[in-house]
Design a protein around this ligand. Sequence first.
Ligand code: KG4
Ligand code: ZN
Length: 354
Amino acid sequence: MKILGIETSCDETAAAIVDENGTILSNLVLSQLDEHRAFGGVVPEIAARAHADHLHTLIKGAMDDAGVCFSDLDGVAATCGPGLIGGVMVGMVAGKAIAAAHDLPFIAVNHLEGHALTARLSDNVSFPYILFLVSGGHTQILIAEGVDRYKLWGTTIDDAAGECFDKAAKIMGLPYPGGPNVQKIAEECTDAQAAQERFPLPRPLIERNKQDLTALDFSFSGLKTAVRTHVDKMPDEGDLDRSAIADLACAFQTAVADVLADRARRALQRFTQEYGVTNPVVVIAGGVAANSEIRARLSEECQKYDAQMIAPPLKLCGDNAAMIAWAGLERLRLGMVDGLDFKARPRWPLDQSA
Ligand code: KG4
Ligand code: ZN
């Protein structure tokens, strides 16, 4: 079984072919970073136009790389939300057109389910597992019970973690995209302990209801404000002092990692109680899962609970189409096929009851 996956929900245009063994036959991602850099963030209209300009080339490239033609495919999966709706429509309509022209099943994929199921593609993880979905748009703790079956245990009450990275980076004068650049400059910090003493930062909601295992929400806007306060106190001599920014970036990254580690502790205790699983798996997915400090801290926390932390390979953490093809394949295997009248969804929670 071979599926074509299409992803256009944010600023990556992507196409991929995946088979039922989880072999990625091709996986092409075209980042629009250059188009958006001047604006310091993703501009929806520009993103949609860029997807329309490049998607056909990416699909052809993915087919050629995989050495398949349309008649070799068993289905077409496209991200149909959530995301920037103009871009979503470009990919969705392209997917529907290919499905219609070649009489193939069409699978409408939730972008978040793409991230959620990536660990099954990369590491063959079985249900149920704890999922940390940390991206530019989402910070959620979910229990993945099965395909299309998710329980939301925690979410952010303000900014998403990736958004916080991006905003803090901007405040620190670091280039777009923020997350990777914060990590890069933080690596220049030589004494993480001293950096935290030099730039104390809050760990929002960490001290509250420590024993309450259901207190799993996040808050990141206070952290961002605290970074601003530190930057405002720095001497104003044009460019900010690089070593000070390296220390602040390190302190910031540590604060985010501390918050995630605290939530991992609570979630693991609760999961063990409620699901009776002895060696639980924690999957970390989404763009922020690329952060090595965060991976290390979560992995440390998992070890304390005999849990295994699974973080997909870096190229599968950020937005890509292999995860969409895989989610499509998982759905198709269960007979979950969608009509060509499926409507794009700007909002589409994984846990519809939450
Ligand atoms: O999942 P993703 O590619 O796009 C969506 O939001 O759906 O995630 C992008 C987010 C951005 O906020 C970016 O700054 C963040 O992931 N990110 C990182 C790192 N790489 C990407 N944040 C921290 N450290 C990184 N190494
Ligand atoms: Zn994403």
